[in-house]
Design a protein around this ligand. Structure first.
Ligand code: CUA
Length: 339
């Protein structure tokens, strides 16, 4: 019986170890989840080995001969055995519960001096503001290593999910509610952020990039972000291209490319209409191209392109984007049509 038990434990351990079930951890919180995973897995392997040993041994040792049609001996049970096999699993399950509760509570604790980052989600993009950089906005999530970060999450339209697999923590973004989550990155590198709630046609495209930098590099990046956001910034990019650059930036950060194909931006999504020939569409609608583009951003249902349904494009861009961002976006989209 002991041999069968050891064999079963070895097979189960091989399954647990050889297959990489979890991504390589990149945060303190994920380290704790990995600990809970192994704590529960080791207990499961032990139980599995004991059950398999008794089961396989019993099938082999107590099997009836082919011509044996008699009833088995009448057995009433064994109180001692029943107490043991109730008590031990109860203790193990309570232990898993206690370990999980401790981990959940520690993972929610941001400590003394967390960095706060606000996360906004809307169909179909994430963007971030950094209160430490005068609320400057970024379309890329950049984090310092080895510092607790407290995320405050908000959704503009429907429920989205915030998840960086290597960092473990996962939290929904719910319209009207500010949800919170704490992540303490433990290694630098590039990761991806995934929306984990089915939030509309573009859900599958709702991914973001995450970059973890050393603390010094992060401070440098944060200072750059602050300068970029300052009034009058952007002019140093020079000449007539600065307006286009601003428009391109808004196009990227607002997630337009998640749904629309636009050659100038190199996007080819097919959820919404192509944006390459807006002059012709404006002509058809009988409006100047800039007015038509602005209306389509702020009030997407006003004029619908043939073959596209109302209610797919969010109607919140008029509130979410700043007026100067909408101006830049209009110029970027409409300006491309000028010969
Ligand atoms: Cu946002 Cu799925």
């Amino acid at each position: 019986m002991a041999v069968i038990g050891v064999l079963a434990a070895a097979i189960a351990t091989a399954f647990a170890v050889v297959i990489q079930w979890l991504p390589e951890s990149a945060s303190e919180e994920m380290d704790r989840y990995v600990f809970v995973f192994w704590f529960a897995t080791v207990i499961c392997i032990g139980i599995f080995a004991v059950v398999m040993a008794v089961l396989v041994y019993s099938i082999w040792a107590f099997r009836a001969a082919p011509d044996d049609d008699t009833d088995g001996p009448p057995i009433h049970g064994h109180s001692g055995l029943e107490i043991v096999w109730t008590t031990i699993p109860a203790i193990l399950v309570i232990a898993i519960g206690i370990v999980s509760a401790v981990v959940i509570s520690r993972n929610a604790d941001a400590g003394e001096n967390p960095l706060t980052i606000e996360v906004y989600a809307q169909q179909f993009a994430f963007y971030y503001t950094y209160p430490d950089a005068d609320d400057a906005r970024s379309e890329e999530l950049v984090l310092p290593v080895d510092r607790a970060i407290r995320f405050e999450l908000q959704a503009a339209d429907v429920i989205h999910g915030f998840w960086i697999p290597e960092m473990g923590q996962k939290q929904d973004l719910v319209p009207g509610v500010t949800t919170k989550i704490v992540i303490t990155p433990t290694r630098t590198g590039n990761f991806s952020l995934i929306c984990t709630e089915l939030c509309g046609l573009g859900h599958a495209t709702m991914r973001g990039s995450v970059r973890v930098l050393t603390q010094a590099k992060f401070e440098e990046w944060l200072a750059g972000l602050r300068d970029d956001a300052a009034p009058g910034a952007g002019t140093e990019t020079g000449g007539g291209t600065s307006a286009d650059a601003a428009g391109a930036k808004v196009f990227a950060s607002a997630g337009c490319g998640g749904c629309h194909a636009f050659t100038a931006a190199g996007t080819d999504a097919e959820i919404g209409p192509r944006l390459d020939d807006l002059a012709a569409s404006a002509d058809k609608a009988g409006k100047p191209v800039a007015d038509y583009v602005r209306e389509s951003i702020v009030e997407p249902g006003a004029v619908l392109a043939a073959g596209y349904a109302d209610g797919v494009m969010p109607t919140t861009f008029g509130d979410v984007l700043k007026p100067e961002e909408i101006d830049a976006l209009v110029q970027y989209l409409a300006g491309k049509e000028a010969p």
